[in-house]
Write a protein that binds this ligand. Sequence first.
Ligand code: SIN
Length: 291
Amino acid sequence: MNASGVWCRTEAELDELIKSSASTFVTKSSTLEFREGNPEPRYVDLELGSINSMGLPNLGIDFYLNYSIKNNQKENFLSVAGLTREENLEMLEKVQNSEFSGLLELNLSCPNVIGKPQVGYDFDATKSLLEEVFSVYKKPLGVKLPPYFDIVHFQQIAEILNQFPLKFVTCVNSIGNGLFIDTDSEKVVIKPKNGFGGIGGKYIKPTALANVRQFYTLLNPEIKVIGCGGIENGKDAFEHILCGASMLQVGTQLMKEGMSAFDRIEKELREIMKQKGYSTIEDFKGKLQSL
Ligand code: SIN
């Protein structure tokens, strides 16, 4: 499937995803109301990935909720990223009281809204938000996490996540607040936040794999891991699954290549599986070996 934010903001983009060979799709992270987002340029393709500081431009929850209800031939993921706790709870109540029958991806990790820290890095705030979320929301829900880098942090956040009936975690959002520079002009390449933005693509694959592996190992087995980060080809997809991913999201590469990325990556993955003698994902999912 796509990664939230990529090709999923407008009706036309979502229609293309539905027609593609992706098994499902996730909508752009929505807020309660329409948001313009940050000033442009705010997304730039880089040789080894991308940098973005979109700032959650989106059409508002009503649009994505109605679209998901109307187009439920692919049971989809609805992404929600309220700027406050109250906004998240209000959106979740709306979804709870609607006919939505897909999965909700609660985004705890957008690094690009000025003045708003990534909730997923504040463990106490994450715990109390999830307590409130599960008191109002009873449909299937998972969280999109920022990348973590410290073994103790993996253990601490996993201990919190294990206390809730989460269906999945998506690992990872972009690595927040990187800086890419154009040496010739001696300038940054995106306008918001003096050039600081989330890094995606090949740059982040080792971090994404580490997060998938850690959460696959530390979380209750009922909480599935969705792998996201640096998936450009079948080998990357294979590695994410080997680390424990049950499902995969493609972000930067989908932006670069368009819908054909889904077919190509799947074909390449099937080829690797054939060479290795695997006939199902379960034959190798999570079976990464240590030395
Ligand atoms: C954005 O809209 O700034 C990107 C969303 C995200 O990284 O969660």
